[in-house]
Design a protein around this ligand. Structure first.
Ligand code: PLP
Ligand code: COI
Length: 366
């Protein structure tokens, strides 16, 4: 294993990242035309520990297991947060990451809510840049595929007492991925379980939000659906989001999506990007509270012509069917001139450098 020290480019919290490279890459074992989501990890990972009020000894090393005490508080009390972002290759093989500063901002907002230390922007960006420089060959050169980047932070103080941890670990791992939902999804509006309540942690990308959603999602899957559409926890009257993505509807040619003011919905970076692209194309966007009954009426009358989820993993996932109270509403098939196709094409073209990135969303890897 080759060990080198690399200076970071940031002036803020300037640190050396120690780099230990793998002896032999595993990349030849990967079939980029057939990648299962999230099961294949690239050669290296970034790791840094928080102790005595600061981040110490950042390191890039071969992807592999960590050795941890079974008493660490993340395992018992759920002090754990994560992010999801993607890197893409353009036609000349250049690698860029989509909106990493926005993921960093959201990560720190999740950290504050979960009583965890924030991560300096320079450390986050330098870690990403150096990790992706090393593993750039792992960014799939295939349409519809990307390198999924998963930053995660968790509490590592080994103590059973319920209190905030003093020690934390932050890591970044990456996986080449294909589509999360390979075909249009069937979703069902949830009217019993809740994902998040006002005053809770719905807006944070906290691990517990996902753990708590598994049982309701499993129940929906047993009834033949792929995912849920969550509703508000008080009355189940308003649409919120889906399990892994924000949700949007095309009603009468306008784009409708739940607003964020309740703090129960993840403020999706894909959601924001799709809204901005839609507006640039003259499509009216309405961010508002959407009543379940109203949506069902629009589905019944045919005025709701498209529904889709938007998220980093999901990209833009078409919804084929919406279930509600035992009834299924099938939406018309999506065509080349559908609003969701137009939005998705524009987003993919920006990400893969086929059109100019007028928003400044892509961060090139040096
Ligand atoms: N909502 C939830 C619950 C998610 O897990 C995700 C995925 O990250 C999203 C929405 C979409 O967010 P983003 O577009 O930032 O990935
Ligand atoms: C993402 O889209 O990045 C997510 O985090 C959703 C899911 C894979 C948990």
């Amino acid at each position: 294993m080759e060990i080198i020290d690399m200076p970071t480019s940031s002036t803020e919290n300037s640190v050396q990242i120690k780099v230990s490279k793998i002896d032999k890459s595993r990349i030849e074992e990967v079939d980029f035309n057939n990648i299962p989501f999230g099961k294949i990890f690239s050669d290296h990972m970034f790791v840094v520990d928080y102790k005595d009020g600061q981040w110490n000894d950042p390191e890039i090393r071969p992807f592999g297991n960590l050795s941890l005490s079974p008493a660490i508080s993340a395992l018992h009390y759920g002090q754990a947060i994560f992010e999801g972002l993607k890197a893409y290759k353009d036609g000349s093989g250049n690698v860029s990451v989509f909106r990493p500063l926005d993921n960093h901002t959201r990560f720190n907002s999740s950290a504050k809510r979960m009583c965890m230390p924030t991560l300096p922007e320079g450390l986050f960006m330098d870690a990403l840049n150096q990790l992706l420089t090393l593993d750039r060959e792992w960014v799939p050169p295939v349409d519809g595929c990307a390198l999924y980047i998963r930053p995660v932070m968790f509490a590592t103080t080994a103590e059973i007492k319920v209190k905030t941890s003093e020690e934390f670990k932050f890591a970044i791992m990456t996986c080449p991925v294909g589509p999360y939902y390979p075909k249009p999804v069937r979703v069902v509006i949830e009217t019993h379980f809740a994902r998040a309540m006002e005053g809770g942690i719905g807006y944070a990308k906290a691990a517990g939000n996902y753990g708590a959603a598994l049982y309701p999602a499993q129940q929906a899957q047993e009834r033949g659906y792929d995912q849920l559409i969550w509703t508000d926890s008080k009355e189940h009257k308003y649409i919120e989001e889906s399990g892994t993505m924000n949700i949007m509807f095309v009603i009468d040619g306008k784009l409708h999506t739940p607003s964020l003011e309740t703090n129960t919905i993840l403020e999706g970076i894909t959601r924001d990007s799709v809204i901005r692209i839609a507006e640039s194309k003259g499509i009216e966007v309405l961010e508002r509270r959407i009543l379940v009954e109203e949506l069902v009426d629009y589905c019944r009358s045919g005025e709701c012509t498209e529904a889709f989820g938007v998220g980093t993993a999901a990209t833009l996932a078409s919804i084929a069917t919406i279930g509600y109270n035992g009834e299924d509403f099938d939406l018309p098939p999506i065509g080349d001139d559908s609003i969701s196709t137009i939005l998705m094409d524009e987003l993919s073209n920006i990400r893969t450098g086929k059109i100019r990135d007028e928003y400044g969303w892509m961060m090139p890897i040096s």
